[in-house]
Design a protein. Sequence first.
Lengths: 434, 698
Amino acid sequence: MAERKLLFEHTHDPAFRTLDGYKATGGYQALEKAIKMDRQAVIDEVKASGLRGRGGAGFPTWIKWNGIPKDKKTTHYVLCNADEGEPGTFKDKQLMETCPFLLVEGMTIAGHATNADQGFIYIRGEFIDAARALRSAIDEAYAAGLLGKNIMGTGWNFDLDIHLGAGSYECGEESALMSSLMGERGMPRLKFPHAPLPTVAGLWERPTLINNVETYCCAPFIIKNGGEWYASLGASTKNSRGTKIFSVSGHVNKPGNFEIEFGTPLKELLEMAGGVKGGKLKACVPGGSSVPIITAEDVDRAIIGYEEMSEVKSMVGSGGCMFLNEHTCIVTFIWRTALFYANESCGKCTPCREGTRWMLQILDRIRRGNGQKGDIELLKDICSQIDGRSFCGLGDAAAWPVAAALRVFPHEFEYFIENGKSMVESEPTLAMAP
Amino acid sequence: MAAAVQIETVNITINDIEIAVPKGELIVEAVKRLGLEIPIFCYHPRMKPVGMCRMCIVEVGFKQPDGTVRKMPKPQAACTLPASEGMAVYTDTEMVHRDRKGVLEFLLINHPLDCPICDRGGECPLQNNTLFYGPSTSRYVELKRHAPKAFPLSKYVTLDLERCIQCGRCVRFTEEISGDSELAFRFRGANMQPSTFELRDFESKFSGNVIEICPVGALTSAKYRFRARPWDLETKPAVCTVCSNGCNVWFDYRVGKMVRINGRTNEGVNEEWTCDKGKFGHEFYNSEDRLLTPLVREGDQLVPTDWARVYSDVIRAFANGGDKVAALGGAANSNEDVFMLNRLMTGIFGTKNLDHRFERNLVTGVGEKLGVSEVQSTIASLEDAPSMLVFGTSLADELPIVFLRVRKAWFKNGAKVVVAHHAPTDADSFAEVILRYKEGTEAAVASGLLSLLVSAGKAQVPAATADAIKPFTPEHVEQLSGVPAEKLRVAAELLEGAPIITTRSMYNQASGVDALEALAGLAMVTNGKFNCYSLQANAEGATLLGTKEGMHTHQILNAAAAGELKALWLVNVDPFALYPDRELVQQALENVEFLAVQGTVASEAMHYASVVLPQCAPAEMDGTYTNVERRVQRMRPVLKPKGSTKPGWNIFSEIAVRLRPATPFFNPGEVMAEIAKENPAFEGATYDKLPAEGFVIR
Ligand SMILES: Cc1cc2nc3c(=O)[nH]c(=O)nc-3n(C[C@H](O)[C@H](O)[C@H](O)COP(=O)(O)O)c2cc1C
Ligand code: SF4
Ligand code: SF4
Ligand code: FES
């Protein structure tokens, strides 16, 4: 299989970033169609498409859309998670920079389906170019009556605005994102069943739909071509439909974003990225830094799909796929990952706040040649004391990579602890240093 | 009365025991119904649950239609989980025990474990939970997090950051309860720490509370730090007498010395909070300035003497004094004290010149004049008021605990609060409308509100009143006071049924009496509640038990200044501090022939004293105090009277007995029985009937 450019069909066409150019390729036909459809019919189309959230968890998108109260009593919000903080993931960045109207149209469709009044795009603070592209797309859409008052003459009003984050990975977690957007400290909020779902009480306690950039960008294609057509993509997989953009990085010859159909073998993704660079393939982190690491053998047999990836005990995640060659020291790689999570823990809950720091300290000690007997068991214990015990997913995300590396590459840790140095002959430490 | 609200219940199981609990009750509370306890750190029942510490983790499942239980894959925090139908909670599984150990291990890795020198040691939730649920050793060999050991957040609160477990209780207290939002977390992850904004002083009127709710020894009292270990302390229930709120507190003392005041729960009064004035305001107990022996003047010196001498001097000066003698004060004394003082002055010395009120224009109370009560709302009832008017007072300063209730009414129940004052107040932060008037125009603003309601036809008032308030149209009031007419209109709309809260300091304002009359009238036309709250510990009791017939304070001071008084008795009061006209006070004290000063600590008035009668401090005697809402509360002796000090009632009764032999009262309980005989309102306050939470006179 090769790339299947759906969202990215016009990514290299600068005209696509203007309203005229976007419309010339069929842009806004979907909104025109959707806006004449019954709200429920739009949601049913998304249901038929089998679309699942592209932000990492793969949650069925239509269930969220359908969860917004049908009888409108107050303001409804549509929120886009454009914080893209997961190390290894950079697909939303390219989408926003090169296809801003896809997101704007997709969110407008979602706004119609959920009878929303206001949309917000929460953009990672460093993404200045993405914010600029979106700003100009939104301005053009307003000028053309595609946002704001009386959209397409239907009498429906929908505003869309952007907000830049301030540099916290945790603010990509949906409830922390809402705290941050509301002007509070970027810490997560209580979740169901401890509190109502965001679709009932999200931003300012009002019904709020939150999806990832890529998720919204799929909506125009689903409406234009029908959910059934969309579902025909990726039909070979158990339950993953459509295309998925993977951000391929690490030891490959041609790093970048690649859009593929679900069901594509992982090794083909590696081929698209020009194959491994600088040696043989050793390992792969297929879905962003938080998903479990897999071996080269697993890469050979892995099929890209939400369920399929669990065959190799890993996940599609957010699509941040890192390939590592044989000269990579796994201990150092995991130390660097742990450093990221310790830095990004928000501090709200005990297991993540204390556990991420502790793991980092142990890995750091091992890396400096001072590992001691029992460290591996201790690390495993700490992982299990964090995983599922933390307040939000960041704790889990911090524990999984460590636990997986200990499971898949135990010998590298044992060697490092016993000999005070890496079993990989190279200068990995420098290459990995922050 | 509406029919009792039916509370919807749900059926849940806790460790397989079936129980019905109110729908939505937090599991951490629900388990208490079975006598179980779930360990906690961050959860505090008076604040919103946050689920930060993860100490309270339990396993949770849901009953399936086939009767089996499907467990949730992850354990859940019990402090944030509302009970719902079919929920199955397990507090005693292997997973729960393992996870508690895990959380405690995490909390302890960066804890300094300096328990042997920590104020909290011995009464520390972290110690206790570790003992019951924690690991016995630590596997942590890395470098601990270090921070300054004694960072002064304010003059009262010292932060030991190393001990902090980041539970957020202190931060949430300032956000949710005191409302000053003085504390917040800064930095993130393992570096997260509670802090003031830019490390400025922790400026709160309620900062002391965070010391108590901190589950470790991170927030310590600058005054108590390293002064005692909890197990060396003796603790007795007491009532704070610093102001009229009458907060229930614990007095902690060590070898006869007061070392610490903590909040004691009384849902009707202070819930469990204290204000800083109260918590840190009992230093006079140990003060160098305590009066310990009777003193008598010899030339320009006061020299120690014995009680017999001062008694005979007082008797010589006051006996058969009639109109030529007077007494001032008593608002800080117990009910029993003021009752006996009253008896002595009126019954034996034959004078009605007796007043405890130092507000300049307070001659006849407005309530008395209009035939309405000046205390119509209990503190707790404010919580349920949909709207309120706080008039002419910086409530957080004058009545801190009433302030907390008013804020709670807004924070929890969305009460709409109208705040009228000449200066910014803490209540402005949550006010629905702020009426900022020029000082001195209180009467115009109050009359304007009344006028609006009367002209809107909301109520009838006597013709005279109607005429008097007619000129006060919103526009005219705006001219006079600077309050925008529109704001006045908006405020008036909110006042139906609203409690009106003002204080006796209003009587110090030139137009205060008129303002109070308008406010009392306002309460009548809106079916609201008029409250002109008193300010000293027992001002309310002194008002109820005092005489209203003789000269009042203003007249007494004038008479003394004019040399018309033979003898004056200052009862536990510093007129220089309370009376607005300092010069008059000075003249009065200089020109009175005989001045008896009775008190607990040295005061300025002593310069003029002929004799000094040392009275013991409240916690050194038995007695009752009537607080702001007319709740009579008993303070039992905690400490022994210092030196040869005596309780006030005892002093008065010993003098009375010398002049008119009779069986004296042997204890304040007998005095209260006598009070109740003369004032049936106090019937419920006799010592055998008085409940622990006090008795509210209606
Ligand atoms: C620590 C953490 C960080 C996250 N960061 C992001 C992010 O940067 N972008 C994103 O789309 N989702 C992120 N998520 C997932 C979101 O919480 C949420 O699941 C997602 O926005 C839902 O959108 P979707 O249904 O379209 O995938 C993060 C989750 C966690 C726990
Ligand atoms: S797991 Fe806990 S500390 Fe970590 S980011 Fe989430 S809430 Fe914050
Ligand atoms: S100082 Fe005390 S109350 Fe505040 S967060 Fe730390 S442990 Fe909690
Ligand atoms: S007590 Fe429940 S999480 Fe802290």
